[in-house]
Design a protein around this ligand. Sequence first.
Ligand SMILES: NC(=O)c1ccc[n+]([C@@H]2O[C@H](COP(=O)([O-])OP(=O)(O)OC[C@H]3O[C@@H](n4cnc5c(N)ncnc54)[C@H](O)[C@@H]3O)[C@@H](O)[C@H]2O)c1
Length: 260
Amino acid sequence: MGRMEKKVVLITGGGSGLGYAAAIQVAREGAKLSLVDLDAEGLENSKQQIESEIPNADIITIEADVSDEEATKNYVNKTMEHFGRIDGFFNNAGVEGKQNLTEDYGSDEFRKVVGINLDGVFYGMKYVLEVMKKQGSGSIVNTASVGGIRGVGNQSGYAASKHGVVGLTRNSAVEYGEYNISIKAIAPGAIMTSMVEGSLKQMAGDDWEKAGEEFVKDNPMKRFGKPEEVGNLVSFLLSDEATFINGAVIPIDGGQSYKY
Ligand SMILES: NC(=O)c1ccc[n+]([C@@H]2O[C@H](COP(=O)([O-])OP(=O)(O)OC[C@H]3O[C@@H](n4cnc5c(N)ncnc54)[C@H](O)[C@@H]3O)[C@@H](O)[C@H]2O)c1
């Protein structure tokens, strides 16, 4: 019997990258899935890829914008109508935003990035915690970033939102531990997904692959992280093996954030 057998796991940003990697890993371990994303095509691809490896996987997909509170309420309700419970929540959807110095960053861009990365995580926790508190159990993993524990530069909206995700995680962890709910955050470094590809393209245009090779020279492990490495971590954190890890922010970055 798999570690996630009988568990219902809700994942935002499930149509790509880290959300997909976590989804397929928890499904391999027996979880039922509710996948949420803005991108309907991405959701369908994720569903098909998971079903091609795990034919009996139980998956629903919900198209929703996590920065919209009503849409959030709706994806939580739909998950409850279908599965009747939520054991694990990977609160993960996010965007990087345009890179720029603070003075040039743009107030609209700032509000957009914070709206998705921070408001979205808050709304998700707000409605899922209500369900988990009634259930008397649950585990939440919020996606922060190395940019949520260190300054990176050119990323005002991203840095503010991801530092905010760390704050929300610690605050809610203190509030909900007594209800048998654990809440943690992960702080990934550069993991090769479409987000990092887009980021390198912003920095270097057509030379983005070369820029990537330069970029990873700074990493102690001299490489990008792989989405499946994050998927494995998330699966562990959502499982019953990690119930006493609460309020922790766990870097997964090859050691980069510890480097002087
Ligand atoms: N890849 C990395 O190196 C890295 C590092 C640190 C943190 N992160 C974080 O990991 C999370 C996932 O990123 P990824 O690398 O998998 O990127 P990705 O672009 O591959 O996946 C992000 C997914 O979120 C969805 N999404 C974006 N805005 C949304 C919205 N408003 N509502 C619903 N869904 C929305 C996208 O459609 C996409 O499917 C993000 O929060 C990101 O900030 C990624």
